[in-house]
Design a protein around this ligand. Sequence first.
Ligand code: G4P
Length: 539
Amino acid sequence: MTMSEDVIKEGIASLAKEIACRRTFAIISHPDAGKTTLTEKLLLYGGAIHMAGSVKAKRDQRQATSDWMEMERQRGISVTSSVMQFSYGGCQINLLDTPGHQDFSEDTYRTLVAADSAVMLLDNRKGVEERTRQLFSVCKRRRIPIFTFVNKCDRIGANPLTLLDDIEADLGIVCVPMTWPIVGPTGFVGVYDRRHGMVNLFTGAGDHGASRSAVRSVPLDSSEVRGAVGVVEYDKLCAEIELLDAAVPPFSEESMLAGEMSPMYFGSAISNFGVESFLGDFLRLAPPPTSRQSTKGTVNPDSSEFTGFVFKIQANMDPKHRDRIAFLRICSGTFTVGESVLHVRTGKQIKLSAPQQFMAQERVGIEKAWPGDVIGVLDRGSLRIGDTLSAAGPLEFQDIPRFPPERFARVVPKDPLRRKQLDTGLRELTEEGAAQVFYEDSAIGPAPIVGAVGLLQFDVLQFRLEREYGAPCRFDYISHRYPRWVLGPRSRVIQEAAKRGCMLLYDTKGTPIYLFDDSWKLRSTLQNVNDLVFHEVAP
Ligand code: G4P
């Protein structure tokens, strides 16, 4: 074997090793289910932070340095989604943060495209809630494995058997409890690990979950378990376990990988109970980066050529520098700083500058990154969401989902002399993908209308237009909220809009869209107008 063959072989082996240890996932949940708390505990167990409470502290610190973040602080929410990388048990974890507050944006949905698996976090009293349902449907469409973690078991919640039935009925996925909660007279004392047939009894560290909790693994029929739960509860527990064994199908890794079966865990993020064993199981079962479909066929992660796609762009992350960061999910090969790659949409070779990774919300410069990793690269306005970057020729990844806006508002400038700044701000901020701009005339006219998935986006836009672009404005909401892009002869599009009493707008590419004020009018139009073609998102 020649020297260069040796080097190539070594490179392939190290790429395979890097891929095998990567886990890239997101937590999907409804606000208040405990996502921030669980994230913090995962970072705690991963050694990325030493004391729980740091994520919030960091958040406060960051907010103190940025006016925009001030809004997050006032509202007690996190507007920006980010990614955190840490290592645990020999795995490199990329945890994608999906904002889960009441008003979220397309960004939240799109982040899931970068994930290889998801953890669905549920409140043990509330089960499946609206946001969980919406995010779950995106994961299901992508057929990625979904792990269920039922949180807050330290307080009395719904009967776990009822919860199990409800989740299955609501989401159409088979849930297989891997652990089962054990409640004694003192509350949540542990979980039964069905796979090993052992009971994990928890002992808090006495610091309200700030550090890891101790776990003792004992057999189900041990006197310790009977002592911890009491006779009545012990018999009930045994009956439940028997019922589960009879009624729940056996866990199948294959069905899990196909997104058809969800392994289910019970725990309490706040007291750390069940978190470490969940994390251990999750890392063992969750898939490393797998192949993805492109316009030129399947791209395998272990292909030696680098490929990746942009799933998120965020401008002005650091208000002092007015920078724009494109978040790139690596799909194959090794990313090496300074290498040129093909920007497929423009056909140009570009050098990705200042690549960074995000460790527990700190940015660090990097030299290399591998499939599954998410890196931030400095962008001067040339990258767009969905763009593919490739060292493997002109292929494109196409599974970036788009979602129709749900609310629309007219932008009213407060200072007509700042119109140019307003237009620049609208263009740049909407390129981030959190909102879309429309005009009432096919030529870019005086009255822009903004459409967004979540209401909060309007506040964010308004705030940022004023602070970052010096373009103060007001948003007047309009009652029309059901959009359809329309293709057909221009005169027919105009005639039909007038007949149906819907608003006719144009997007930035000049494609007409109809806005309906009620869903009945929308349905009737779709059923009765056959010579025009309607699209839910921009064609
Ligand atoms: P989110 O990011 O999903 O919105 O939820 P977050 O972690 O902020 O948690 C929402 C609330 O639920 C918090 O209470 C948090 O302490 C609580 N919580 C999280 N995990 C558990 C758990 O395992 N058990 C119990 N009992 N509560 C949990 P809060 O009162 O809103 O805030 P805080 O004052 O505790 O910070």
